[in-house]
Design a protein around this ligand. Structure first.
Ligand SMILES: [Zn+2]
Ligand SMILES: [Zn+2]
Ligand SMILES: [Zn+2]
Length: 335
Protein backbone atom coordinates (compact mmCIF):
# COMPACT_ATOMS: atom_id res chain seq x y z
CA UNK A 1 0.00 0.00 0.00
CA UNK A 2 1.22 3.51 -0.78
CA UNK A 3 1.93 5.38 2.45
CA UNK A 4 -0.25 8.42 2.94
CA UNK A 5 2.59 10.70 3.98
CA UNK A 6 6.22 10.84 3.05
CA UNK A 7 9.44 12.23 4.52
CA UNK A 8 9.49 14.53 1.49
CA UNK A 9 6.16 16.09 2.57
CA UNK A 10 7.81 17.29 5.78
CA UNK A 11 10.99 18.48 4.07
CA UNK A 12 8.98 20.55 1.59
CA UNK A 13 7.49 22.54 4.47
CA UNK A 14 10.89 23.57 5.82
CA UNK A 15 13.09 26.38 4.55
CA UNK A 16 16.10 24.14 3.96
CA UNK A 17 18.56 26.95 3.24
CA UNK A 18 18.01 28.39 6.71
CA UNK A 19 18.79 25.47 9.02
CA UNK A 20 22.59 25.32 9.36
CA UNK A 21 22.92 22.25 7.19
CA UNK A 22 26.16 21.40 5.45
CA UNK A 23 26.14 21.74 1.67
CA UNK A 24 26.00 17.95 1.32
CA UNK A 25 23.10 17.62 3.77
CA UNK A 26 21.10 20.36 2.09
CA UNK A 27 21.71 18.88 -1.35
CA UNK A 28 20.55 15.47 -0.15
CA UNK A 29 17.40 16.86 1.48
CA UNK A 30 16.56 18.81 -1.68
CA UNK A 31 17.00 15.70 -3.82
CA UNK A 32 14.46 13.90 -1.64
CA UNK A 33 11.90 16.68 -1.98
CA UNK A 34 12.14 16.42 -5.78
CA UNK A 35 11.95 12.61 -6.02
CA UNK A 36 9.22 11.55 -8.47
CA UNK A 37 8.03 15.05 -9.13
CA UNK A 38 7.82 16.93 -12.43
CA UNK A 39 11.10 18.67 -11.54
CA UNK A 40 13.08 15.50 -12.32
CA UNK A 41 11.29 14.88 -15.59
CA UNK A 42 9.53 11.69 -16.53
CA UNK A 43 9.78 8.60 -18.66
CA UNK A 44 7.36 6.66 -20.82
CA UNK A 45 6.98 2.92 -20.44
CA UNK A 46 5.20 0.83 -23.04
CA UNK A 47 3.84 -2.51 -21.86
CA UNK A 48 5.36 -5.42 -23.79
CA UNK A 49 2.20 -7.46 -23.28
CA UNK A 50 -0.66 -5.12 -24.17
CA UNK A 51 1.02 -2.03 -25.61
CA UNK A 52 -0.47 0.17 -22.91
CA UNK A 53 1.58 3.33 -22.37
CA UNK A 54 2.24 4.78 -18.92
CA UNK A 55 4.10 7.90 -17.91
CA UNK A 56 5.89 8.26 -14.59
CA UNK A 57 8.19 10.78 -12.97
CA UNK A 58 11.86 9.95 -12.48
CA UNK A 59 13.17 9.12 -9.02
CA UNK A 60 16.10 10.78 -7.27
CA UNK A 61 18.08 7.53 -6.64
CA UNK A 62 19.61 9.08 -3.56
CA UNK A 63 20.64 6.43 -1.04
CA UNK A 64 18.96 8.33 1.79
CA UNK A 65 15.61 8.43 0.01
CA UNK A 66 12.93 6.15 1.48
CA UNK A 67 11.38 5.76 -1.99
CA UNK A 68 14.55 4.70 -3.81
CA UNK A 69 15.65 1.55 -1.97
CA UNK A 70 13.93 -1.42 -3.62
CA UNK A 71 15.98 -1.82 -6.76
CA UNK A 72 19.43 -1.64 -5.18
CA UNK A 73 18.31 -4.01 -2.47
CA UNK A 74 17.42 -6.74 -4.94
CA UNK A 75 20.80 -6.62 -6.66
CA UNK A 76 22.59 -6.59 -3.37
CA UNK A 77 20.73 -9.60 -1.99
CA UNK A 78 21.44 -11.66 -5.08
CA UNK A 79 25.12 -10.91 -4.77
CA UNK A 80 25.04 -11.98 -1.11
CA UNK A 81 23.38 -15.30 -1.90
CA UNK A 82 26.51 -16.11 -3.86
CA UNK A 83 28.80 -16.03 -0.90
CA UNK A 84 26.96 -17.52 2.03
CA UNK A 85 28.13 -20.67 3.75
CA UNK A 86 25.70 -23.32 5.01
CA UNK A 87 25.96 -22.67 8.74
CA UNK A 88 24.37 -20.73 11.54
CA UNK A 89 25.13 -17.02 11.62
CA UNK A 90 25.61 -14.93 14.70
CA UNK A 91 24.16 -11.46 14.96
CA UNK A 92 25.92 -9.01 17.24
CA UNK A 93 25.15 -5.31 17.66
CA UNK A 94 27.92 -2.94 18.81
CA UNK A 95 26.70 0.45 20.07
CA UNK A 96 28.59 3.70 20.65
CA UNK A 97 27.86 5.48 23.95
CA UNK A 98 25.86 8.70 23.50
CA UNK A 99 28.70 10.74 25.01
CA UNK A 100 30.32 10.36 21.57
CA UNK A 101 27.37 11.88 19.69
CA UNK A 102 28.93 15.33 19.49
CA UNK A 103 32.09 13.92 17.90
CA UNK A 104 30.03 11.75 15.54
CA UNK A 105 28.14 14.82 14.31
CA UNK A 106 31.31 16.87 13.86
CA UNK A 107 33.46 14.09 12.34
CA UNK A 108 31.15 11.34 11.04
CA UNK A 109 33.64 9.95 8.54
CA UNK A 110 36.31 9.36 11.16
CA UNK A 111 34.09 8.20 14.02
CA UNK A 112 32.14 5.70 11.90
CA UNK A 113 35.29 4.38 10.25
CA UNK A 114 36.80 3.79 13.67
CA UNK A 115 33.60 2.01 14.70
CA UNK A 116 33.92 -0.43 11.76
CA UNK A 117 37.66 -0.90 12.32
CA UNK A 118 37.50 -1.46 16.07
CA UNK A 119 34.61 -3.94 15.84
CA UNK A 120 36.32 -6.05 13.20
CA UNK A 121 39.63 -5.86 15.01
CA UNK A 122 37.87 -7.12 18.15
CA UNK A 123 36.12 -10.05 16.48
CA UNK A 124 39.19 -10.92 14.47
CA UNK A 125 41.24 -11.05 17.66
CA UNK A 126 38.72 -13.32 19.41
CA UNK A 127 38.70 -15.62 16.38
CA UNK A 128 42.50 -15.74 16.17
CA UNK A 129 42.68 -16.68 19.85
CA UNK A 130 40.81 -19.83 18.92
CA UNK A 131 42.90 -20.33 15.80
CA UNK A 132 40.14 -19.30 13.42
CA UNK A 133 39.93 -16.75 10.64
CA UNK A 134 36.37 -15.41 10.90
CA UNK A 135 34.28 -13.38 8.48
CA UNK A 136 31.73 -10.61 8.93
CA UNK A 137 29.19 -8.46 7.15
CA UNK A 138 28.75 -5.19 9.05
CA UNK A 139 25.98 -2.66 8.51
CA UNK A 140 26.05 0.82 10.01
CA UNK A 141 22.82 2.22 11.45
CA UNK A 142 23.00 5.70 12.97
CA UNK A 143 19.45 6.07 14.25
CA UNK A 144 17.28 5.18 17.17
CA UNK A 145 13.51 4.74 16.94
CA UNK A 146 12.74 8.44 17.50
CA UNK A 147 15.27 9.50 14.82
CA UNK A 148 17.83 10.56 17.40
CA UNK A 149 21.53 9.81 16.86
CA UNK A 150 22.26 6.26 18.02
CA UNK A 151 25.17 4.85 16.02
CA UNK A 152 25.43 1.07 16.08
CA UNK A 153 26.87 -1.66 13.92
CA UNK A 154 24.92 -4.80 13.02
CA UNK A 155 27.39 -7.64 12.52
CA UNK A 156 26.51 -10.91 10.86
CA UNK A 157 29.15 -13.54 11.48
CA UNK A 158 29.29 -17.08 10.08
CA UNK A 159 29.29 -19.68 12.87
CA UNK A 160 32.70 -20.98 11.95
CA UNK A 161 35.99 -20.04 10.36
CA UNK A 162 39.12 -21.25 8.65
CA UNK A 163 41.67 -23.03 10.81
CA UNK A 164 45.47 -23.06 10.47
CA UNK A 165 45.27 -25.83 7.86
CA UNK A 166 42.92 -23.80 5.69
CA UNK A 167 39.97 -26.02 6.58
CA UNK A 168 36.48 -24.90 7.56
CA UNK A 169 35.69 -25.43 11.20
CA UNK A 170 32.25 -24.95 12.64
CA UNK A 171 31.94 -23.09 15.88
CA UNK A 172 28.48 -23.48 17.24
CA UNK A 173 27.75 -23.04 20.88
CA UNK A 174 24.72 -24.21 22.75
CA UNK A 175 23.96 -20.70 23.97
CA UNK A 176 23.34 -17.80 21.67
CA UNK A 177 26.71 -16.15 22.13
CA UNK A 178 29.62 -16.53 19.81
CA UNK A 179 31.89 -15.05 22.43
CA UNK A 180 31.06 -13.64 25.86
CA UNK A 181 29.55 -10.22 25.14
CA UNK A 182 31.07 -8.71 28.28
CA UNK A 183 34.57 -9.62 27.13
CA UNK A 184 33.82 -8.37 23.61
CA UNK A 185 32.54 -5.09 24.98
CA UNK A 186 35.72 -4.40 26.95
CA UNK A 187 38.04 -5.12 24.03
CA UNK A 188 35.83 -3.16 21.63
CA UNK A 189 35.91 -0.11 23.91
CA UNK A 190 39.69 -0.27 24.37
CA UNK A 191 40.30 -0.59 20.63
CA UNK A 192 37.86 2.19 19.74
CA UNK A 193 39.39 4.61 22.24
CA UNK A 194 42.93 3.73 21.10
CA UNK A 195 42.02 4.53 17.48
CA UNK A 196 40.21 7.72 18.49
CA UNK A 197 43.25 8.82 20.49
CA UNK A 198 45.36 8.64 17.32
CA UNK A 199 42.98 11.04 15.55
CA UNK A 200 43.59 13.72 18.19
CA UNK A 201 39.96 14.86 18.10
CA UNK A 202 39.26 14.56 21.81
CA UNK A 203 41.36 15.58 24.79
CA UNK A 204 42.74 13.13 27.33
CA UNK A 205 39.99 13.81 29.86
CA UNK A 206 37.20 13.01 27.40
CA UNK A 207 39.00 9.87 26.25
CA UNK A 208 39.45 8.70 29.83
CA UNK A 209 35.78 9.30 30.65
CA UNK A 210 34.81 6.87 27.89
CA UNK A 211 36.01 4.11 30.23
CA UNK A 212 33.55 5.12 32.96
CA UNK A 213 30.70 3.16 31.48
CA UNK A 214 30.33 -0.29 30.00
CA UNK A 215 29.75 -0.19 26.26
CA UNK A 216 26.80 -2.08 24.90
CA UNK A 217 27.36 -5.19 22.83
CA UNK A 218 24.15 -7.06 22.27
CA UNK A 219 23.76 -10.60 20.95
CA UNK A 220 20.58 -11.05 18.95
CA UNK A 221 19.10 -14.42 18.18
CA UNK A 222 21.39 -16.18 15.68
CA UNK A 223 20.17 -17.02 12.20
CA UNK A 224 19.53 -20.72 11.53
CA UNK A 225 21.07 -20.59 8.08
CA UNK A 226 21.83 -18.50 5.01
CA UNK A 227 18.15 -18.19 4.05
CA UNK A 228 17.26 -16.38 7.27
CA UNK A 229 20.29 -14.15 6.88
CA UNK A 230 19.23 -13.11 3.40
CA UNK A 231 15.70 -12.46 4.62
CA UNK A 232 17.00 -10.26 7.40
CA UNK A 233 19.41 -8.40 5.15
CA UNK A 234 16.62 -7.85 2.68
CA UNK A 235 14.51 -6.18 5.32
CA UNK A 236 17.14 -4.14 7.12
CA UNK A 237 20.23 -3.36 5.12
CA UNK A 238 18.76 -0.82 2.81
CA UNK A 239 16.64 0.90 5.40
CA UNK A 240 16.86 4.64 5.83
CA UNK A 241 16.43 6.48 9.13
CA UNK A 242 12.62 6.36 8.93
CA UNK A 243 10.30 4.66 6.47
CA UNK A 244 7.40 6.60 4.98
CA UNK A 245 4.94 4.20 6.62
CA UNK A 246 5.88 5.56 10.05
CA UNK A 247 4.80 9.09 9.15
CA UNK A 248 1.28 9.42 10.45
CA UNK A 249 0.39 13.05 9.87
CA UNK A 250 1.94 16.21 8.48
CA UNK A 251 0.71 19.77 8.95
CA UNK A 252 2.36 23.06 8.03
CA UNK A 253 4.05 23.13 11.44
CA UNK A 254 4.31 19.59 12.77
CA UNK A 255 4.77 15.96 11.91
CA UNK A 256 3.57 12.94 13.87
CA UNK A 257 5.59 9.74 13.66
CA UNK A 258 5.04 6.25 15.05
CA UNK A 259 7.85 4.60 16.98
CA UNK A 260 8.46 1.55 19.11
CA UNK A 261 9.28 2.21 22.75
CA UNK A 262 11.75 -0.55 23.60
CA UNK A 263 11.84 0.58 27.21
CA UNK A 264 8.10 0.00 27.47
CA UNK A 265 7.57 -3.50 26.11
CA UNK A 266 8.11 -2.36 22.48
CA UNK A 267 4.72 -0.66 22.47
CA UNK A 268 4.01 1.44 19.40
CA UNK A 269 3.61 5.09 20.36
CA UNK A 270 3.33 8.37 18.55
CA UNK A 271 5.58 11.39 18.72
CA UNK A 272 4.91 14.87 17.35
CA UNK A 273 7.81 17.08 16.31
CA UNK A 274 8.12 20.50 14.72
CA UNK A 275 8.90 20.06 11.03
CA UNK A 276 12.25 21.79 11.53
CA UNK A 277 13.17 19.42 14.37
CA UNK A 278 12.18 16.36 12.33
CA UNK A 279 14.35 17.64 9.47
CA UNK A 280 17.25 18.29 11.81
CA UNK A 281 17.02 14.76 13.23
CA UNK A 282 16.65 13.25 9.76
CA UNK A 283 19.76 15.12 8.60
CA UNK A 284 21.84 13.48 11.37
CA UNK A 285 21.59 10.25 9.38
CA UNK A 286 22.84 11.59 6.09
CA UNK A 287 26.20 9.88 5.71
CA UNK A 288 29.29 11.57 4.26
CA UNK A 289 29.60 11.33 0.49
CA UNK A 290 30.63 7.87 -0.71
CA UNK A 291 30.86 6.56 2.84
CA UNK A 292 30.45 2.77 2.63
CA UNK A 293 27.87 1.64 5.16
CA UNK A 294 27.90 -2.10 4.44
CA UNK A 295 31.32 -3.72 4.68
CA UNK A 296 32.71 -7.23 4.32
CA UNK A 297 35.56 -8.69 6.30
CA UNK A 298 37.74 -11.76 6.67
CA UNK A 299 36.46 -14.78 4.79
CA UNK A 300 33.60 -12.67 3.40
CA UNK A 301 35.86 -9.87 2.15
CA UNK A 302 36.36 -9.13 -1.52
CA UNK A 303 39.90 -10.57 -1.58
CA UNK A 304 38.55 -13.87 -0.28
CA UNK A 305 35.75 -13.83 -2.80
CA UNK A 306 38.30 -13.79 -5.62
CA UNK A 307 38.84 -17.54 -5.41
CA UNK A 308 39.38 -18.77 -1.87
CA UNK A 309 35.72 -18.60 -0.91
CA UNK A 310 34.72 -20.44 -4.07
CA UNK A 311 37.27 -23.15 -3.27
CA UNK A 312 35.87 -23.46 0.24
CA UNK A 313 32.31 -23.69 -1.07
CA UNK A 314 33.49 -26.36 -3.50
CA UNK A 315 35.13 -28.32 -0.67
CA UNK A 316 31.91 -28.11 1.31
CA UNK A 317 29.84 -29.21 -1.71
CA UNK A 318 27.88 -25.99 -1.94
CA UNK A 319 26.14 -25.18 -5.15
CA UNK A 320 26.39 -21.47 -5.84
CA UNK A 321 23.08 -20.06 -7.01
CA UNK A 322 23.22 -18.65 -10.53
CA UNK A 323 22.64 -14.92 -10.81
CA UNK A 324 19.43 -14.52 -12.76
CA UNK A 325 19.66 -12.17 -15.66
CA UNK A 326 16.96 -9.55 -15.30
CA UNK A 327 14.09 -9.90 -17.70
CA UNK A 328 13.97 -7.01 -20.11
CA UNK A 329 10.22 -7.39 -20.57
CA UNK A 330 8.27 -4.47 -19.15
CA UNK A 331 4.69 -5.02 -18.14
CA UNK A 332 2.07 -2.57 -16.95
CA UNK A 333 0.01 -2.92 -13.78
CA UNK A 334 -2.85 -4.65 -15.58
CA UNK A 335 -0.79 -7.47 -17.10
ZN1 LIG B 1 -0.29 -4.28 -20.13
ZN1 LIG C 1 14.09 9.11 -4.28
ZN1 LIG D 1 19.81 -1.10 13.86
Amino acid sequence: MQPQWEVADVLRKVDLSNQNFTVHQEKTLRALTLCRTAALGGHVDACDACGNISISYNSCRNRHCPKCQGHKREEWIQAREQDLLPCSYYHLVFTLPDSLNGLAIAHPKIVYKILFDSVWSTLNQFGKTEGLQLGMIAILHTWGQNLSLHPHLHCIIPGGGIDANGKWKRKIKADKYLFAVKALSKVFRAKFVALLRKEKLADAHVLQSLFDKNWVVYAKRPFGGPKQVIEYLGRYTHKVAISNHRIKNVTNQEVTIAYKDYKDGSKTKQLTLKNEEFTRRFSLHILPKRFVRIRHYGILSSSWKRGKLQQLQHDLNIIRPEIETKTQLKKCYCC
